[in-house]
Design a protein around this ligand. Structure first.
Ligand code: UT7
Length: 325
């Protein structure tokens, strides 16, 4: 039976020029390179300069993805931007990106699912495409998380960085079995009971300010390992694949120790796990497409390989997406 499948046709990325190493951070935060590296695996992060906004990174990543696909912006039907750090409260960053790309057709909107924003965007794009509503969608994860930092809170401010990743997804015809290219499984979850464990202290409706990130690191860590492992098991169960069948694991980049814990539980070997957090820190919704871009640029990603994405963030929100490249 012929079905529509959503393939990831192209990927792009952008990181701001300014790099802040752990050593530099230690000059104004009560921390050390040793502590950050040992507890998280992070060595440095990129940081937006004054006058650089989330939309700037999103546009740069989108342009790279368009160029690699050989597509014009007018050939895109929809833009979804996963972000927790929009340029403005409104209009959406996606509408700003749309205008900057010179695109007047289609629809654009932001999606707020914290660090899971890109993955949620990918799953929603898949639904639109499989339903036949749209053919080609730009799904972006873009953030300036450093703008949400309390630089006196060493529990959080050493973890995050800025940047953007973009993908172009589009519909192709498949046979309806697991040999098809494209998205084979999407599992999205959330549990708002845990909303205060990882949150911003402000918002337009409550404080009329953006606030800063506050996190109970130990509790988030504990939930992250369990939730991510569950989301991966769901993807494997739904498709009948085993951990051995996965060629690449492209996870949200929060903490190297979380990834070690997940890999152990699920049975994924280290050499299949894409790590960018050492160079980029946790870029929230941008981290998964940035990691995908890193895999793409390594030249190791081949057609028909199975790629497993996961993310987990504030809300809590989490999930997994399994794609045959
Ligand atoms: O993307 C969204 C999801 N976010 C996450 O997944 C983050 C999950 N959590 C984590 O990654 C870890 O919990 C952290 C990296 C945030 C913290 O690591 P930890 O091993 O859980 O440390 P801890 O919070 O238990 O703190 C241990 C000690 C404390 O000192 P005492 O009380 O033992 O004296 C902290 O005050 O480390 C201290 N500490 C630091 N020391 C130097 C906390 N932050 C720092 C720091 N530099 N930056």
């Amino acid at each position: 039976m012929s079905v529509t499948r959503t393939i990831i046709r192209s990927v792009g990325a952008y990181l701001p020029e300014r790099i802040v190493t752990n050593e530099e951070l230690s000059t104004f935060v009560d921390t050390s390179d040793e502590w950050i590296l040992e507890r998280t695996g992070i060595k440095q992060r990129h940081m937006a300069a004054q006058g650089e906004f989330t939309s700037h990174f999103a546009v740069a990543a989108a342009k790279m993805a368009l160029e690699r696909a050989g597509l014009a912006a007018s050939e895109i039907d929809m833009i979804i931007v996963g972000t927790t750090t929009p340029d403005r409260t409104f209009p959406s960053t996606a509408c700003i990106v749309q205008a900057e790309l010179g695109m007047t057709n289609g629809a654009a909107f932001d999606l707020q699912a914290a660090c899971s924003g890109f993955l949620y965007g990918l799953a929603i794009a898949d639904s639109f495409i499989v339903a036949g509503a749209y053919k080609r969608i730009l799904v972006i994860g873009a953030e300036t998380l450093t703008r949400l930092m309390d630089w006196t809170d060493r529990n959080t401010c050493v973890l995050f960085g800025d940047g953007a990743g973009a993908t172009i997804v589009e519909g192709i015809e498949g046979q309806g079995d697991l040999s098809d290219r494209g998205i084979l499984a999407c599992h999205l979850r959330s549990d708002g009971r845990y909303r205060d464990l990882l949150t911003a202290t402000g918002g337009p409706s409550s404080t009329k300010s953006i606030g800063t990130v506050q996190m109970n690191g130990r509790e988030v860590f504990r939930h992250a390992v369990a939730n991510i492992s569950d989301a991966i098991h769901e993807a494997l169960q739904a498709t009948g694949f085993g951990a051995d069948d996965i060629d690449w694991f492209v996870p949200h980049q929060a903490n190297g120790r979380i990834l070690e814990g997940v890999a152990k539980r699920v049975g994924l070997p280290d050499d299949k796990i894409i790590i960018t957090l050492d160079r980029q820190g946790n870029t929230s919704a941008a981290s998964v497409p940035l990691a995908l871009n890193s895999l793409y640029e390594s030249g190791k990603l081949e057609s028909n390989q199975l790629v497993l994405f996961e993310a987990m963030g504030g809300g809590f929100t989490w999930g997994s997406v399994l794609v045959r490249w």
